[in-house]
Design a protein around this ligand. Structure first.
Ligand code: MRU
Length: 429
């Protein structure tokens, strides 16, 4: 009997133990199938005997092997079928930063990636607020969704203990959640929706849960739509540079800018470059990891290499997400986005912002009014400078604002605005 580990040695794919990403493993096995090696199929038979393997890929892939014959027609059918199975597996197993269990919220601790993939479980709004503030969960849409579930946890807690005063207690928790991070408007949009539901006469934990789940599912649907719309702009594009992490980790699933990149990668050959995104390294620790989970190759660059990369002609588009977009199209996003937009203009590279409608702040006319979060200097400074009386300090704004005039396209689920202006952005309302 052969194990997957033995198979991996024989056929030269990487297998890091049974906690390796099933998606990557599925893809590697798919490639083995596509090589049409009878031997492989025989080994696959043996591998059915492994308990772990059986529990991941029960009868569907087992059925797939029936298609393995030499006939050309059957081969084509077999390949299509296996690809279809693989897509099913991918949809089922894609990275999830948030999991609602029915009574608790599980949050993937993004601070520990890529070394450790570990979920923490939360039972109250205070815990969720702390998880947002300390960036266990981050990314504008994901923060909004987490906060929505945080309000549900608050309702569960207070509705049962004190039915009379529960609304006030939940309202207090909404205030607490609102203080967790200042820039991502999705947080406040989600909390406003929850507050509205709370004030309805029939409000109870189940109506609040329905609202939180809708915020979550609407975000995923918006991401898929933006993926399509953004990818349509990228015909003939050969290289893309992205910044920060805007994928499944930063959203309800699939991603904004990374959703467009996923989509375009599925349609045409493309080279993806990811900025490491100092100082928190969302690109180095999260984006390239997330892409690798799905077998999508990516090339990491130091932030300071972006100008030289653009000069080399290897990228046609910079594609980023957003934390808050003003009504005129000015866009707040991860620190370093503005400098990329300036560089893109200099090098004739186009610049795309991908964000759901919930990221547009209709109440502000321009980017000057966006509050920019300043985080602690310990995210930048070596420990030796953190003591009392040190002469070295750090300035650590974690977002910047890119003026609309540097943006070639804003992609939302309601449509694409080319060369954004206030008129264009407001037409989406
Ligand atoms: O500080 P972070 O990691 O929360 O910042 C995230 C970003 O800047 C993302 O680009 C933005 O939220 C868009 S995520 C879809």
């Amino acid at each position: 009997m052969l194990s997957i580990a033995t198979l991996s040695q024989r056929y030269g794919f990487r297998f890091n133990g049974y906690n390796q990403s099933p998606i990557r493993l599925a893809r590697q096995l798919q490639q083995l199938f596509l090589r049409n090696e009878h031997d492989t199929v025989r080994q696959y038979d043996d591998c059915q005997s492994s308990k772990d393997w059986r529990s991941w890929y029960p009868p569907r892939l087992h059925t797939a092997k029936l298609f393995c014959t030499h006939s050309l027609v059957i081969n084509v059918l077999r390949d299509t079928f296996i690809t279809f199975l693989w897509v099913l597996e991918m949809n089922k197993l894609a990275v999830q930063s948030l999991q609602w269990t029915g009574k608790t919220l599980k949050i993937l601790d993004q601070r520990q990636l890529p070394d450790t993939c570990c979920y923490n479980e939360y039972l109250d709004a205070a815990g969720v607020a702390e998880a947002i503030a300390t960036m266990r969960v981050r990314g504008a849409p994901a923060i909004g969704i987490a906060a929505g579930y945080g309000v549900v946890l608050s309702a569960y807690q207070h509705y049962s203990s004190n039915a009379d005063g529960w609304r006030q207690r939940v309202a207090d928790d909404i205030e607490l959640l609102a203080k967790s991070r200042p820039t991502a408007v999705n947080l406040f949009t989600a909390l406003d929706q929850m507050k509205k539901t709370l004030t309805q006469t029939d409000a109870d934990p189940s109506t609040l849960l329905a609202c939180a789940e809708k915020i979550h599912t609407d975000d995923i649907a918006a991401n898929y739509k933006m993926g399509e719309l953004g990818a349509d702009l990228l015909v003939n594009t050969k290289g893309i540079l992205t910044h920060c992490n805007t994928g499944a980790l930063a959203t309800g699933g699939y991603g904004t800018a990374l959703g467009v990149i996923r989509k375009v990668h599925s349609k045409q050959p493309i080279t993806i470059y990811a900025n490491e995104t100092r100082p928190w390294l969302q690109g180095a620790r999260l984006t390239v990891w997330e892409l690798a989970q799905e077998g999508i190759p990516a090339t990491l660059i130091a932030d300071s290499a972006a100008a030289w990369l653009m000069k080399s002609g290897k990228v046609d588009w910079v594609i980023v997400g957003a934390d808050r977009i003003a009504a005129n199209g000015d866009t707040a996003n991860k620190i370093g986005t503005y400098s990329l937009a300036v560089l893109a203009k200099q090098h004739g590279v186009k610049f795309m912002v991908v964000a759901p409608i919930t990221t547009i702040d209709w109440t502000i006319d321009n980017g000057d009014k966006i509050a920019i979060e300043q985080r602690h200097q310990n995210e930048l400074l070596p420990a030796c400078y953190l003591k009392e009386g040190a002469l070295v300090s750090a300035w650590n704004p974690v977002f910047d604002v890119t003026p609309a005039e540097l943006i070639s396209a804003i992609v939302t689920e309601r449509g694409v605005i080319l060369n954004p202006s206030e008129l264009g952005v407001r037409s989406l309302k």
